[in-house]
Design a binder for this molecule. Sequence first.
Ligand code: FES
Length: 105
Amino acid sequence: MTEPNWHVVGAIDDVSREDVIGVTVGESQLAIVRTSDDRFFAVDGLCTHGRASLAEGFVDGTEIECPKHNGRFDVTTGEAVASPARVALRTHPCRVNDGCIQVQL
Ligand code: FES
């Protein structure tokens, strides 16, 4: 059973290493990123620059590159690290429990 506010969003095998999937929890569109060093992070699913879907983006190490204008964000902090992205993404607590990816909202 999941604790309050923690939502199962998939299985770890649903996301390849250095890749991303899009999920929807309630009204929230999220991008779940698996980094090159095999950690999982949850960030808002829409780019802060032009609202492109980051689920269609590219993961490089611990950064995700937006598919529209190639802005980049560090998924460990949400910080925008390459223009034209300037505003940080919101991050959400994310953990792996018994092979499942869970996000706290
Ligand atoms: Fe993402 Fe412009 S929409 S960088």
